[in-house]
Design a protein around this ligand. Structure first.
Ligand code: FE2
Length: 304
């Protein structure tokens, strides 16, 4: 199975239609895909990974190997509720907390802020393309995510999945779907571990070459698309030979955003059967599709 690859450099030329169709299919049938030629500065991406790796080595690694997780595992007890990961969260928007995270160097904060600014542009572009592919106004997802005008909530989970001698006993991260909207992942170029469950099988996501960005869809995009786009179960397996870096940025709804399926994507709702019959009288020998569309225009999203 080949994971879909969306080449963003094809979005402006005569391959746009083809590329949009590929993206739509990836969102519908896979729920995850790779973006190439995303125009995020490659040197910046390399620097983010390098500085996070150094931060982990200097601040987190020793703590991790002395933690309860490791002790529990050595005693082989209560293993059902632990993940073999060393992680922390950074919030970027609406309010950044990057300056409050202990021991982050100025260089790391600045580099991260620069990277995130470029990544947000990519997330917004993607939210527009998805909205467009769903037949919605291109700002639909962003507007819904913005809640009472604060804009989408954007944060990053920075994680290392440390080298692990107990592969049969523990997961790096247990299986789950993501709660939010669109997740953009900058990950290791050497160490594997991420897996998605597709068609009854675990699909291994290989380490990212050439700083491609891996994207997956969260639960809220599944709801907004009325189930057309899917959030997919995934997990992280630990590795015996290396530590895997994972920098996952969430483009999510604000906490006060009210989520619902886009009315455009629903069957017509809340009409009286009498109204339907009136329309039916004139259109009985046509297809039902356009009739449903007419009913939708009369009812969905019009406060009925
Ligand atoms: Fe996840």
């Amino acid at each position: 199975m080949e994971i879909p690859v969306i080449d963003f450099s094809n979005l402006n030329g005569d391959k746009r239609g083809e590329t949009m169709a590929l993206l739509h299919e990836a969102c519908e049938k896979w729920g995850f895909f790779v973006i190439e030629n995303h125009e995020i500065d490659i040197e910046l991406m390399e620097k983010v990974k390098e500085l996070i790796n150094t931060y982990y080595e200097e601040n987190l690694k020793e703590k991790f190997y002395q933690s309860e997780i490791v002790k529990k595992l050595e005693k082989q007890q209560n293993l059902s509720d632990i993940d073999w990961e060393s992680a922390f969260f950074i919030w970027h928007h609406p309010t950044s907390n990057i300056n409050q995270i202990p021991n982050l160097s100025k260089d790391l904060c600045k580099t991260m802020d620069k990277y995130i600014a470029q990544l947000i542009e990519l997330a917004e572009k993607l939210s527009q393309l998805m909205s467009e592919n769903l037949g919605l106004d291109k700002n639909h997802i962003k507007q819904l995510f913005s809640g009472s005008n604060k804009g989408p909530a954007i944060g990053t989970k920075v994680a290392k999945y440390p080298q692990c001698p107990h592969l049969d006993l523990v997961r790096g991260l247990r299986e789950h779907t993501d709660a939010g909207g669109i997740i953009l992942l900058l990950q290791d170029d050497q160490v594997p571990g991420l897996q998605f469950f597709k068609d009854g099988k675990w699909v291994e996501i290989p380490p990212s070459k050439n700083n491609a960005i891996f994207v997956n869809i969260g639960d809220q995009v599944e709801v907004i698309s009325n189930g057309l786009y899917k959030s997919i179960v995934h997990r992280v397996m630990p590795d015996m030979n290396g530590s895997r870096i994972s920098i996952a940025t969430f483009y999510n709804p604000n906490g006060d955003a009210i989520i619902s399926p886009a009315p455009r994507l629903l069957y017509p709702t809340n009409f009286s059967f009498g109204d339907y019959l009136k329309l039916y009288g004139n259109t009985k020998f046509g297809e039902k599709g356009p009739r449903f569309e007419t009913m939708k225009n009369m009812t969905n999203g019009h406060g009925h």
